[in-house]
Design a protein around this ligand. Structure first.
Ligand code: PRP
Ligand code: MN
Ligand code: MG
Length: 178
């Protein structure tokens, strides 16, 4: 990692307490319901792992792999499905779990795709959102943190597939990608 990290934006303990707070709201909202968490690979792995363990309602977990960034730092807007769900979501209560909403293009596409499969309900939980980067407005029920429009890494978020394992959110030093 060396000096690739510019600064820590959200420390580990703040991330963890925010996830617990979101889990509390989700527990209330889905009480008595059978919840399917849909994680968006690969970025959502950390949020999914922590959120799922903080919940008390019974859940199932499934995964979709979509990618719109490749190795760059900007969303291409072209969403590629690398892995579809294993589960039929018709009449299921589905909660999409994401690490970040940046331009919103990935989720905009995913929402349309999943809606067409007729779930009983469809909501989104994201750890991070960048209000200043949004190109398509997305209605998000559960947001951890609104953050500035900087390139962030850690807690699932990568730059060229690295830094996903950092337990905090940090910003990448510009010299790494310039
Ligand atoms: C990142 C991130 C979100 C998406 C957000 O995924 O994990 O899924 O981009 O960007 P958007 O709102 O501008 O569409 P990425 O495509 O990099 O794949 P990854 O999760 O495998 O890193
Ligand atoms: Mn992603
Ligand atoms: Mg990525």
């Amino acid at each position: 990692m060396g000096n690739d990290l510019e600064k820590v934006l959200i420390p580990q303990d703040e991330l963890q307490s925010k996830i617990k707070e979101l889990a509390g709201r989700i527990d209330e909202d889905y009480a008595g319901k059978d919840l399917l968490l849909v994680g968006v690979l690969k970025g959502a792995v950390m949020v999914m792992a922590d959120l799922a363990r903080a919940l008390h309602v019974p859940v199932q977990m499934d995964w979709m792999a979509v990618s719109s960034y490749g190795a760059g730092t900007k969303s291409s807007g072209v969403v590629r499905v690398l892995k579809d769900l294993d589960t039929d979501i018709m009449n299921r209560h589905v909660l999409i779990v994401e690490d970040i909403i940046d331009s919103g293009l990935t989720l905009h596409w995913l929402l349309e795709n999943l809606k067409s499969r007729n779930p009983a309900s469809l909501e989104i939980c994201t750890a991070l959102r960048k209000p200043d980067a949004v190109k398509v407005p997305i209605d998000v029920k559960y947001v951890g943190f609104d953050i500035p429009n900087e390139f962030v890494i850690g807690y699932g978020l990568d730059y060229a597939e690295r830094y996903r394992n950092l337990p905090f959110i940090g910003t990448l030093a510009p010299h790494v990608y310039k």
